[in-house]
Design a protein around this ligand. Structure first.
Ligand SMILES: C[S@@+](CC[C@H](N)C(=O)[O-])C[C@H]1O[C@@H](n2cnc3c(N)ncnc32)[C@H](O)[C@@H]1O
Length: 301
């Protein structure tokens, strides 16, 4: 079933964004209920500064049929090649995946996908470990509590704003105690590099962003990528959009947002989340909120 493109009028978008306290939209979001290859085929080369996504992992979720790893890889090759065509010369692709599990054996999907990106000429900048607290409890191996985001660029000249994603230093007032810089601050007063290990709660039932989707991105995770890898007004695309978490992250930060998904219910939920964002009623977890720590009073909140 085809749901028509969802395009919001510019004037409506700007007015409601300022009411909601989010950056005004440079362009209306484009959300399509369509197969991603068909959607991308119609788009011109080089338009997206960031393509960020989490494809189906082939593990038998509601929205996927479990296929062989070989067939999954073949379909990923086609989609990734199209994404590379649509990527801006200074752009980034962030591909978030976990493990494929076969008869108790785990196969890390980013390892399987590495040659696909490398053969298309992309360069791997980071393999970001996304650590989270909740998931299945395994009996015969350690319970999995991370997935990865592989960050690829087309060239060495890529958009990168480290200052936009710095996090508080552990010892902000620490100074050099010897050498030519004695007495000066030893760290960056703007905060420290967030490193390549990121802890964000995954979206389970008690998360404020939970919708009908079984496998959502936390918005704050995508916001960090958007802030670091794009400028205001740049275009962000998610070819496996789900309920539009990447769309929300892009719009919150004043970027143009494009996405598509096959399932009408997910696209409708994404549309609804955009409307709620505009109205100032969408609940998202703030980017710098500490993660709940049972050892601290009130969990550290
Ligand atoms: C892991 S989920 C992504 C969830 C998303 N990150 C979010 O926050 O909602 C993968 C999504 O890909 C969609 N999908 C699967 N095959 C697709 C295709 N060929 N074209 C577009 N979307 C597809 C599924 O319906 C599912 O919602």
């Amino acid at each position: 079933m085809q749901v028509p493109l969802f395009v919001v009028e510019e004037s409506e978008a700007s007015a409601s964004c300022s009411a909601a306290g989010v950056s005004p939209l440079r362009e209306s979001p484009v959300l399509a209920c369509q197969d991603n290859l068909a959607f991308m085929e119609a788009l011109p080369d080089g338009q997206f500064k960031l393509i960020v996504t989490s494809p189906p992992y082939n593990i038998g979720k509601d929205y996927e049929s479990k296929t062989s790893l070989k067939a999954w890889l073949e379909s990923q090759k086609q989609v990734i090649a199209e994404c590379v065509r649509l990527l801006h010369p200074q752009g980034s692709i962030c591909w978030q995946v976990g493990n494929y599990v076969r008869k108790g054996e785990i196969i890390p999907l980013d390892v399987v996908l590495y040659p696909v990106f490398a053969e298309l000429g992309l360069r791997l900048r980071n393999r970001i470990v996304w650590h989270f607290g909740h998931g299945l409890h395994c009996a015969k191996r350690l319970s999995g509590r991370y997935e990865t985001i592989n960050w690829w660029t087309l060239s060495d000249d890529y958009t990168w704003n480290l200052d936009a994603i710095r996090v508080p230093s552990k010892y902000p007032g620490k100074r050099h105690f010897k050498g030519p810089n004695i007495g000066k601050l030893s760290g960056n007063p703007k905060g420290k590099n967030p490193s390549d290990v990121w802890t964000f709660p995954n979206v389970k039932n008690n998360h404020p962003e939970k919708t009908v989707h079984p496998c959502q991105f936390p918005v704050e995770l995508v916001e960090r990528l958007v802030l670091a890898m794009t400028e205001e007004g740049d275009a962000v695309f998610d070819p496996y959009m789900g309920v539009g978490s990447s769309i929300i992250a892009a719009l919150k930060q004043g970027r143009a947002a494009w996405g598509c998904d096959l399932v009408p219910e997910y696209v409708e939920t994404a549309q609804d989340r955009v409307r709620q964002l505009r109205a100032g009623t969408l609940r998202t977890r703030p980017m710098n909120k500490p993660v709940y720590d049972p050892n601290l009073p009130n969990g550290g909140h």
